[in-house]
Design a protein around this ligand. Structure first.
Ligand code: SIN
Length: 334
């Protein structure tokens, strides 16, 4: 169904208004990954999922992306490792996690009770680690896809080294591609000159999807003590402050690769979700907003449904990539 346009809008056909009732299809298909709706958790903001079961309606998320998992458990960086900033927050957790074996044994069985797809975020300090992780999860029926973390700014070794270098990224992705039949998502760093170039390298090497962006490197100082607010001095900035940057990068990546793109970066409200979808993302991860309100994900699903119905859509897929760009005629206007 064609959308109803908003007053002042320049694009799209006007169709008869709907009353918002009836079945609106929120499901999205990203290659072999099918989600009941396009709202996922962002890795590192929602633990391993189950911890949040008492606080939110887990079953309403389209997908649950785990905290980054490594082969062995990691203690992460020393505190302080989180601080608030204007319009966002800085973190330098350092990929603290329970390790893949504890996740598979103790957490994954409990996640099977929920219809949300489980995506494991994987991290290693060497290519062999990523390959071993991918092999371990390959046989796990409860895991729908893997997301490769090649973009954490908070660790000295691993991850981001791959995400900065197209050749290393390509080698890593093709090695992981051979190690698993699960869909492979590559999570990109914004802290590079051209995320779109790295997206192309990942796609050419066999990535099924790209997710973008991870946090932007930032810093904060307490002016009374003159000490950096994070033990590691620098950390990753997330939250609404980064959304326009994330939107620009997602749009560039969408135009650079022929595969689904998952948007991440500062989503707070339904307009943020819609902006990413209109720019061409097939799904959206919600992160920092969940710290304040773990129910924000499910309420965004409800708000997305109402908003699309109000605008006359019958399927969320219809809005994906529907951006209306200026035409030469628009530019003639003063
Ligand atoms: C962290 O654990 O430091 C954050 C994870 C990430 O940025 O990938």
């Amino acid at each position: 169904m064609s959308p109803n346009t908003q007053p002042g809008s320049t694009g799209g056909e006007v169709s008869s208004a709907t009353d918002g009732r009836g079945a609106l299809d929120l499901s999205v298909r990203l290659g072999d990954l099918e989600l009941q709706n396009p709202i996922l958790t962002a890795s590192g903001t929602f633990g391993y999922g189950l911890e949040f079961a008492p606080l939110t309606t887990l079953e309403q998320f389209g997908g649950l992306v785990t905290k980054g998992l490594s082969l062995a458990p990691r203690p992460g960086n020393p505190p302080p490792r989180i601080c608030e900033t204007r319009g966002g927050m800085l973190n330098s957790i350092g990929l603290q996690n329970i390790g893949i074996h504890a996740f598979l044994d103790d957490v994954l069985p409990g996640l099977a009770d929920y219809p949300s797809q489980v995506i494991v975020n994987l991290f290693g300090t060497a290519q062999a680690d990523y390959v071993a992780l991918a092999e371990l999860v390959d046989a796990q029926a409860g895991i729908a896809a893997v997301e490769l973390n090649v973009s954490c700014p908070n660790v000295k070794k691993g991850g981001i080294e791959f995400g900065h270098d197209p050749k290393m990224l390509s080698g890593l992705v093709s090695a992981v591609r051979s190690a698993t039949s699960k869909p492979v998502i590559v999570k990109l760093s914004p802290n590079v000159t051209s995320p779109a170039e790295l997206a192309k390298s990942a796609r050419d090497a066999g990535a099924d999807m790209i997710s973008a962006i991870n946090t932007i490197i930032g810093m904060s100082i307490d002016t009374w003590s003159r000490r950096p607010r994070l033990h590691t001095v620098r950390g990753g900035l997330s939250g609404p402050a980064i959304k326009p940057i994330a939107l620009r990068i997602v749009y560039d990546v969408v135009n650079a690769v022929d595969c689904p793109v998952i948007a991440i970066g500062g989503v707070e409200d339904v307009d943020d979700v819609l902006e990413f979808l209109i720019a061409g993302a097939s799904a959206v991860q919600v992160g920092t907003a969940l710290f304040r309100d773990p129910q924000r994900g499910p309420s965004l699903v409800d708000e997305l449904e109402s908003r699309l119905a109000e605008q006359g859509y019958s399927s969320v897929s219809d809005i994906i990539g529907s951006i209306v760009l200026p035409t030469p005629r628009d530019e003639e206007h003063p």
